[in-house]
Design a protein around this ligand. Structure first.
Ligand SMILES: Cc1ncc(COP(=O)(O)O)c(C=O)c1O
Length: 462
C-alpha cells in the first residue's frame, strides 16, 4: 500500500525515467528544476526545452540510418519537419540546426519560409514539401518559390491543383501526389478526404503529367491517419500504398521517393514504451521487400514528423488554486488556467498527456478531478492514460501545489489559438524557453508574458 505520492508513482509506473526524476521532493524535467522556474516566472506557464528537439531529430535519423544499413536498403532517408506542429521561430531555429527539410501546409506557412530564407536559416536547396489543400493564394505562393529557384515540391491533394499550378509555374519542378489512405473499420468514413484515390493515380499520371515539360512526378505521399504503429491496419495500408508506388514506378522513371508522412508515436503516459528501432526496421524492411517482390528499386524515404519532433520539448505548468468538494467522492482541484484553451486536445479528442505533481512528492495522495477556470462544464481533466483516475498530493490550504502536463509541445498552441481570444477570456499563459549554453548549463528566458487585457480588447474592437 502506497502512503505517499512518491510511493504511488513508484508502484504505478517505471520511475524515474528518461527526462523525469525527483530530487528533494520535487520534479526535474530534463534536468530543469521546475520549482526554481515556477519561483522565477510564476504560473501558468508553457515551458519549451529546446535541446529535446535536436535530440529527437538525431534519434530518428539514427534509427532510420541503422535500419537501412542492417537491411541493406539502397535508398536514402530524409527528415522533414512539419511546421504546423509548432510554427514558433524558436522551434524552427532549433530544428534547422539539424539541416532538415521542411513541410508546409498553408499559404501562411510560405511567409515563414520566405522569412527563414531572408534570415539565412534555409537556402534555396532546402527541400520544401508543400502539402495541404491548395487554393489560389497557396498555389501562387508555391509557384513564386519555384519560379524563384527554391527546391519546392508541391504534393497534389487533388487533380485540380495541377491545372492551378500549371497556370503559374514557369520552371520545371518536382511534384508529389498524396495517396488517399483507407480508414480503420471503426472509423466514421472509409477513405481519408486528403489525397487522390489509389485507383485514379496511375491514369491521372499518364494523362496529365507524363508528357509535361514542367512537372516531374518524384514523390508519392501517404499519411495513415492513426500514425505509425505496429498494427495489421498500418502494415495493410502501407502495402496498399506500396502497390501504387510500384505500379507507378514501372511507368514513371522520375518517381524515386516515398514520403510516409508523420505519426511517429510520442509518450502520452509514463507507461508508454515504444521500440523505435524495431518500428523503423519494420518500415524499412516492409518497403524493401515489397519493392523487391515487384521488381522495382526501393524508394528514398522521407518522413514529416511533427509531434515526434516537438511534443517532448513542451510542458504546461499550473498551480492548484482551490479544492471544491462537490460531494463525498468528487473533489475538484481547480487550476489557474483552462484545459480548453491551453491543452485543447484534452478537451476535443480526449487526448492524455503525462501528468505529474511538481512538488510535495513525500505527502500523502488523494484521488481528484482537475477543473479549468472557464464556465464550460467540459473544461476538466479526470483520467490518466495509465491509471483510470488522477492522483495528486493531498490538497492543503497551508502550502502551494503545482502540477505539470508533459510532452505538450505539439499543436496545443495553434489549436488553442495562442495569443488570440480564448474562452471566457482566459489569457494565453507565459512562455519560457530553456536552452543549454556552450558549457551545457541550462539557461531559461522569458519568450512571452502572459497575455494582457489590451491585446484582447484590441482584437475585440474596443
Ligand atoms: C501531411 C502531414 N504530414 C505530417 C503531419 C505530422 O503528423 P504528426 O504530428 O503526427 O507527426 C501531419 C499532421 O497532421 C500531416 O497532415
Amino acid at each position: 500500500m502506497a502512503n505517499t505520492y512518491r510511493e504511488f508513482i513508484d508502484q504505478s509506473v517505471d520511475f524515474p525515467q528518461d527526462g523525469f526524476e525527483v530530487r528533494n521532493d520535487c520534479l526535474f524535467f530534463h534536468g530543469i528544476e521546475l520549482m526554481e522556474l515556477i519561483e522565477q516566472y510564476g504560473t501558468p506557464l508553457k515551458l519549451n526545452y529546446l535541446p529535446s528537439i535536436s535530440n529527437q531529430i538525431q534519434k530518428a535519423r539514427y534509427h532510420f540510418g541503422q535500419a537501412m544499413v542492417e537491411i541493406g536498403y539502397q535508398g536514402t532517408y530524409t527528415y522533414c519537419y512539419c511546421t504546423k506542429s509548432s510554427h514558433f521561430a524558436f522551434v524552427l531555429d532549433e530544428v534547422l540546426k539539424n539541416n532538415v527539410e521542411l513541410e508546409t501546409s498553408s499559404a501562411y506557412d510560405i511567409h515563414i519560409i520566405r522569412r527563414l530564407f531572408e534570415q539565412g536559416k534555409i537556402t534555396k536547396n532546402t527541400m520544401l514539401v508543400h502539402n495541404g489543400y491548395k487554393r489560389e493564394l497557396y498555389a501562387k505562393l508555391i509557384a513564386d518559390l519555384i519560379n524563384d529557384g527554391f527546391n519546392s515540391v508541391p504534393v497534389l491533394d487533388n487533380q485540380k491543383e495541377l491545372k492551378l499550378l500549371s497556370s503559374m509555374v514557369t520552371k520545371p519542378c518536382n511534384i508529389g501526389i498524396r495517396i488517399a489512405t483507407g480508414e480503420e473499420p471503426q472509423s466514421e468514413y472509409y477513405t481519408a478526404r486528403l489525397g487522390i484515390r489509389h485507383r485514379n493515380i496511375q491514369s491521372f499520371y499518364e494523362k496529365e503529367i507524363a508528357d509535361s515539360d514542367i512537372f516531374n512526378l518524384k514523390m508519392l505521399h501517404l499519411f495513415i491517419d492513426n500514425g505509425i504503429e505496429d498494427s495489421l491496419y498500418y502494415w495493410n495500408e502501407l502495402s496498399k500504398c506500396l502497390q501504387v508506388y510500384c505500379d507507378l514506378k514501372k511507368v514513371c522513371p522520375t518517381l524515386d521517393s516515398l514520403n510516409i508522412g508523420g505519426g511517429f508515436p510520442t509518450k502520452q503516459s509514463l507507461a508508454d514504451e515504444f521500440d523505435y528501432q524495431y518500428l523503423t526496421q519494420e518500415i524499412v524492411r516492409h518497403i524493401k521487400e515489397y519493392c523487391q517482390k515487384e521488381g522495382v528499386p526501393e524508394p528514398n524515404i522521407l518522413t514529416e514528423f511533427g509531434s515526434y519532433t516537438v511534443a517532448e520539448s513542451g510542458a504546461t505548468i499550473y498551480s492548484i488554486i482551490d479544492q471544491k468538494k462537490q460531494n463525498d467522492v468528487e473533489w475538484w482541484n481547480m487550476i489557474d488556467s483552462s484545459f480548453i484553451t491551453t491543452l485543447p486536445d484534452t478537451w476535443a479528442i480526449n487526448k492524455r498527456f503525462i501528468l505529474l505533481a511538481i512538488n510535495n512528492w513525500n505527502d500523502p495522495y488523494e484521488r481528484v478531478n482537475l477543473g479549468g477556470l472557464t464556465c464550460d462544464n467540459q473544461d476538466y481533466y479526470n483520467v490518466e492514460a495509465h491509471v483510470n483516475n488522477i492522483y495528486l498530493p493531498k490538497y492543503s490550504t497551508t502550502r502551494q501545489q503545482y502540477i505539470g502536463f508533459f510532452n505538450t509541445g505539439a499543436y496545443q498552441n495553434a489549436l488553442g489559438g495562442y495569443g488570440g481570444i480564448q474562452h471566457c477570456l482566459i489569457p494565453s499563459p507565459k512562455q519560457i524557453l530553456v536552452r543549454k549554453d556552450e558549457n551545457g548549463v541550462l539557461k531559461s528566458e522569458l519568450f512571452a508574458e502572459e497575455q494582457g487585457h489590451e491585446v484582447m480588447l484590441k482584437i475585440l474592437g474596443y
